[in-house]
Design a protein around this ligand. Structure first.
Ligand code: MRU
Length: 356
């Protein structure tokens, strides 16, 4: 997708260096950052210079490439794999990507290991691009159907950033929106601000602006009244881990949007590549929900008058704050899952039909 008219991917490999867009500086500054060691990749995931389930999976894959370049030793590689998996707990794509890489790399002691790692990391990225493009084509049919009935702009509410910045290209939740826009269907996006890291405002709105897509940022609690007023035609969100029974773990606040959508008979879709499906965990209570530093709530970053990024405290100094990063939307509130293989019911029957 484009930034200032130039095509980018969120991650690429050049001269033995992994290049990323530092997402902690967006939308104010566009900075390409170099990751040279596996520790840089781990840190980039932890501090959210890269974030979004598919992108952190891809970064972990390239992190193992960096690990081999740094020290081509199997025990170092194993430790790197463990540290990468533990860098963030909730998005299943991280473990999925590391396991996939380690399947190819474990026990390989020849010089070929670097080539094998690079081919696999690139394949993980290319596959994600293809999957996200297909998610877009499958989701486009739903938007088209609404447009054909309504004959007016389709209003889509989304939460957090599940756009191309959260993947390698296209995005998951935004891919149907990009495809609809390219087809000439008028769309407007309500972008939930998504406190505390403001991915909706800083990333979703930013990337939609760059593609010329009409959007409005709203405070996280605004979706309910917009739905009651008939100003939301559908919701599409991404996910960090979807269970085989269709329960959806995503950025905290997603559940409340699904409840409001259910109460107002508004379709609530979740877009995901199959790398985000956790086939093992049976009960959503067993999903590790990340609790991040409460400073993400008590402090905020923005541009000062001189155009510098500045952090300010917004909470009373003595107040406690709690920062749970994800929640779970039960499958019964999900109208459907939009995957690379097509649309399905959020249930084990639905998922099994697509993914035998
Ligand atoms: O904390 P983040 O920014 O990594 O959370 C991202 C999300 O919750 C996204 O909705 C999710 O990863 C879907 S990715 C296409």
């Amino acid at each position: 997708m484009r930034i200032k008219g130039k095509e980018y991917r969120t991650i690429w490999f050049e001269n033995n260096i992994v290049k990323i867009i530092d997402q902690t500086k967006l939308p104010h500054k566009f900075i390409i950052k170099d990751l040279k060691k596996v520790g840089d990749a781990i840190n980039a995931i932890k501090v959210m210079e890269v974030r979004g389930a598919p992108l952190i999976g891809a970064t972990a894959a390239y992190g193992l490439v960096l690990s081999i370049l740094e020290n081509n030793d199997q025990s170092f590689l194993k430790k790197s794999a463990e540290n990468l998996i533990n860098s963030r707990p909730t998005a299943i794509n991280l473990k999925w990507a590391v396991d996939r890489m380690m399947k190819k790399l474990s026990g390989v002691n020849s010089d070929k290991i670097l080539d094998i790692a690079l081919i696999e990391a690139k394949e993980i990225c290319q596959e994600d691009i293809n999957f996200c493009e297909n998610i877009g084509l499958n989701g486009l049919k739903i938007i088209e159907e609404i447009y054909n009935k309504k004959k007016d702009t389709v209003n889509i509410l989304t939460h957090c950033n599940a756009g191309w910045l959260a993947t390698i290209n296209w995005g998951t939740a935004t891919s149907p929106i990009y495809h609809a826009h390219k087809k000439g269907i008028p769309v407007h996006v309500w972008a939930d601000e998504t406190r505390p890291r403001n991915q909706g405002a800083n990333l979703t709105s930013y990337e939609l602006n760059e593609e010329g897509i009409n959007n409005t940022i709203i405070a996280d609690n605004t979706g309910g009244i917009l739905m009651q007023r008939g100003e939301v035609d559908m919701c599409i969100v991404g996910t960090d881990r979807t269970l085989a029974n269709g329960d959806v773990c995503n950025k905290v606040g997603t559940y409340l949007k699904a409840l409001a959508a259910h109460d107002n008979n508004i379709p609530f879709y979740v877009a995901l590549p199959s790398s985000t499906i956790d086939w093992n965990i049976k009960n959503h209570k067993d999903i590790p929900i990340e609790e991040r530093n409460s400073e993400e709530l008590s402090h905020m970053e923005g541009l000062d008058e001189e155009g510098n990024i500045k952090k300010v405290q917004i909470y009373p100094e003595k107040s406690n704050a709690m920062n749970l990063a994800f929640d779970v939307t039960p499958a019964k509130y999900v109208t459907g899952l939009i995957t690379e293989k097509g649309l399905c019911e959020a249930s084990s029957v639905g998922l099994r039909k697509l993914f035998k």
